[in-house]
Design a protein around this ligand. Structure first.
Ligand code: MV4
Length: 448
């Protein structure tokens, strides 16, 4: 097994990876920016290296600094966590060229999935159902008219380099098409330095269902159920759960097998997430993420497995510990993303944590890197913790979550904790009747 792994990340995910490494007897190296001198991941790792100033671009995103930290410490592998360099093919390639193992999929797989048009083509090759759309890029306004007439309005323009909704434009009628195409192109150019746009049928009320997949790089692949991530605000997930209250187990089995088959045929290595929109009992592929996701603990709870352990094991070449037949989901899990943000605008609320008390007890997992006296720096994402509950069924998970939220104390910064207490009492949440628009409508109602 690897003797030493460097974690190219910060916050709760850095701790999450360190925990598994410790259990596997692997030494850990933390990297940190000047803003994170007192961060918990630095204290929990066996060694640490300062890789630059506070700005992410000069520290957590600095490939040369991270490579140097690997060389200085003799790290054999890098776990990228999520965000930062986790889906950066250039980073994976440079590590490879330095003989350092990137814990994640191969460079070509990261590249393919990073381009949403290539990703769709690849998935279509393996008979994964996709949203009806343009045949690749829209290269002219004539292309756009032809595609839109074929697909039927409303259509959605998307950036090939995109994700996160940037450059996305809903087009309801033909006379808006030219203007919105130009806007999509200019936004995409600005954000990604790439103005490639493609078109899809706009699905009006879908759920966002993602399938967790895992491959060993040699053609063995499994799916680990789904996560319903429909509760989002401005493309930021807020609460995730598994199983989805809106999809039946046999439907998951079908799309899961299709997803695992694609991963197997591709010889994909490591953890991945295949994102679908689900509407009127149909799944439509939209994107694939080639990283461990923020919400992975929901899957870990339901399947009783450690995805990071499996990532490390597959990266080393020891294979996965499970087969599809050995995987059995149990009960229900819900995750709340706790952000240092002030409602109702969700404006960032960095600052000093005066008091922190974590909930506990049966079925509770609190993944966080904050502590009493810790100062949440203003330079990074506002996620300060994830509360994950697991119970025998969804109603019990909801009650357990309400209990855990009552136990949780975070003083000193504003947080999104109270929002969860309110969501849990809503009839449409309790009945599971929600889609990707429900949360924003709920928040708009509350504003009044
Ligand atoms: C869509 C869609 C409707 N139809 N594609 C938003 C971000 C990007 N990753 C994909 N997104 C969407 N793609 C088609 N063809 C609606 C969304 C969307 C959305 C998707 C998942 C969760 C929340 C969302 C909120 C707004 C729009």
């Amino acid at each position: 097994m690897f003797k030493k792994i460097l974690i190219a990340n910060r916050g709760e995910i850095a701790l999450r990876v360190i925990r598994t490494c410790k259990e596997m007897g692997i030494k850990t190296v933390a990297v940190y920016s000047q803003a994170d001198v007192n961060a918990m991941h630095v204290r929990m790792a066996d060694e640490s290296v300062c890789i630059g100033p506070s700005e992410s671009a000069k520290s957590y995103l600095s490939i040369p600094s991270i490579i140097s930290a690997c060389e200085i410490t003799g790290s054999e592998a890098v776990h990228p966590g999520y965000g930062f360099l986790s889906e950066n093919a250039m980073f994976a390639e440079i590590l490879r060229d330095h003989g350092i193992k990137f814990i994640g999929p191969s460079v070509p797989h990261i590249n393919t999935m990073g381009d949403k048009i290539n990703a769709k083509n690849k998935m279509e090759e393996f008979n994964v159902p996709c949203v009806p759309g343009s045949d690749g890029a829209i290269n002219s306004i004539d292309d756009a008219y032809t595609a839109a007439r074929k697909i039927g309005f409303p259509v959605l323009l998307k950036a090939a380099a995109g994700g996160g909704g940037i450059g996305m434009k809903i087009v309801f009628e033909e006379n808006q098409l030219e203007t919105l195409l130009l806007q999509a192109k200019s936004e995409s150019k600005k954000s990604f330095n790439d103005d490639t746009i493609y078109m899809e049928k706009y699905l009006e009320r879908p759920r966002h269902i993602e399938i967790q997949v895992f491959g060993d790089g040699e053609g063995n692949a499994v799916y680990l159920g789904e996560r319903d991530c429909s509760l989002q605000r401005r493309h930021q997930k807020v609460l995730e759960e598994s199983p989805s209250p809106g999809v039946m187990a046999e439907e998951i089995k079908k799309i899961g097998e299709i997803s695992a088959n694609a991963i197997s045929k591709m010889k994909y290595e490591g953890a991945g997430t295949i994102e679908y929109l689900y509407e009127n009992k149909n799944f439509f592929f939209i994107e694939m993420n080639t990283r461990l996701q923020v919400e992975h603990p929901v899957t870990e709870a339901v399947f009783g497995i450690d995805l990071v352990r499996e990532q490390i094991s597959v990266a080393f070449g020891t294979g996965m510990s499970f087969s599809q037949e050995s995987l059995e989901p149990r009960g229900h899990a819900i995750e709340c993303r706790i952000n240092a943000e002030r409602l109702p605008n969700f404006s960032p609320s960095p600052g000093n944590i005066k008091e922190f008390h974590s909930p506990g007890g049966i079925g509770i997992r609190m993944d966080s890197a904050i502590y009493n006296g810790f100062t949440v720096p203003p330079h990074y994402d506002s996620l300060i913790g994830k509360l994950i509950v697991h119970a025998d069924n969804r109603p019990m998970a909801i009650r357990r979550l309400a209990r855990a939220l009552d136990e949780l104390i975070i003083d000193g910064v504003y947080t999104t904790v109270d929002l969860f207490k309110e969501i849990l009492t809503e009839d449409h949440f309790k009945s599971g009747e929600y889609n990707i628009h429900w949360l924003e409508n709920f928040l708009a109602k509350q504003e009044k």
